[in-house]
Design a protein around this ligand. Structure first.
Ligand code: AN0
Ligand code: CP
Length: 317
């Protein structure tokens, strides 16, 4: 693997999940493959899980890790080519990226959608510049349109907890006070469409995701109907994708907050969320604290998904 930005980079997905489960059984089995190699993690946005789990994954493989928070202590970066740099940004990303590439062997990048320009976001301008100009293998730690380390961890979690060969998995929109990217639902859809699951997406009208991610999933606008018989409920907020509302909040309807009312019609479903989660906006306290909640096992599996990906980048397999 030369870079990791979406599900296709994993090749055979079932084999990747099996490899991850093997790594989970003995996460120090490959502790020499990263010896004298350096992992650089570049954050343009905040993080708790990705920062810790990816650093831990690198350490499990014997790597040295460096973390750069671009907005805290580094020079402010200009990202547009052709700009006369007479403003507040002293450095251009087109120099910064190859410089970063000099000091490491693999680069992880977190760079969220900005919601200023849909094309800039959906062309993955920042992530692709890292791929093009760093000279090193690059992986997404949530970029503008995807969060493939999260979705991989979610699939591993579903594999561990499923009780039937082909479970029903429902991705549901839920309200949130701030506009959030579509990266998590996009990648989740991408992975579920490749997995052996019955996949349903539910959201209010206007929240349709990019059809390149939705593909053959069933879209159901009635949340209660979508939840019927579900084995896994995956909650997430996202802002509108469709024009002319790209990046906007269209609904704050708290009847979409996942509670006992909707969970009652499921097949005693597990509850999933990538975290961080706003309680009583996305999900009630009762549901996230219930024995059916998988939010902590999902977070734990972030170490495993990251380790599987970094191992493949190190070995170029
Ligand atoms: C981010 C998002 O929704 O993309 C990160 C989730 C992993 N969430 C927030 O900014 C709250
Ligand atoms: N789920 C996830 O990526 O969390 P962080 O934003 O804390 O890294």
């Amino acid at each position: 693997m030369k870079s990791y930005t979406n599900v296709k980079d994993l090749g055979n997905l079932q084999a990747a999940v099996q490899e991850a489960l093997e790594i989970k059984k003995n996460r120090y089995a490959y502790k020499h493959i990263g010896e004298n190699k350096t992992l650089l993690m570049v954050f343009f946005n905040s993080s708790l899980r990705t920062r810790l789990s990816t650093q831990k994954a690198g350490m499990n493989l014997g790597m040295n890790t460096i973390v750069l928070d671009v907005n805290q202590g580094a020079w402010k970066l200009e990202t547009e080519r052709g700009v006369i740099m007479d403003g507040d940004k002293p450095e251009h990303i087109l120099e910064a990226i190859p410089v970063m590439g000099c000091y490491c062997d693999i680069i992880g990048v977190r760079s969220f959608a900005r919601f200023e320009d849909k094309q800039f976001d959906y062309q993955e301008t920042i992530l692709n510049q890292f791929i093009q100009y760093s000279g090193k293998p690059v992986f997404s730690m949530e970029a503008a349109t995807g969060h493939p380390l999260q979705a991989f961890a979610d699939l591993i979690t579903i594999e561990e907890y499923k009780k039937t060969a082909r479970p029903k998995v429902v991705l549901t929109w839920a309200p949130h006070p701030r506009a959030l990217p579509q990266a998590v639902p996009n990648s989740f859809a991408d992975f579920m469409n490749e997995a052996n699951v019955d996949f349903v997406i539910t959201h209010p009208e206007g929240y349709e995701l990019d059809e390149r991610f939705v593909r053959n999933a069933t879209v159901e606008y009635d949340q209660m109907k979508a939840f019927e018989g579900a084995d896994f409920i995956y909650a997430k907020n996202w802002a509108a994708y469709k024009d002319p509302n790209y990046g906007k909040i269209l609904s704050s309807d708290r009847s979409w907050t996942v509670s006992n009312r909707q969970m009652a019609v499921t097949n005693n479903a597990y509850f999933m969320h990538c975290l961080p989660v706003r309680r009583n906006m996305i999900v009630t306290d009762d549901i996230i604290e219930s024995p059916q909640s998988l939010v902590i096992p999902e977070a734990a599996n972030r170490e495993i998904s990251a380790q599987t990906v970094i191992k493949r980048l190190l070995q170029n397999t």
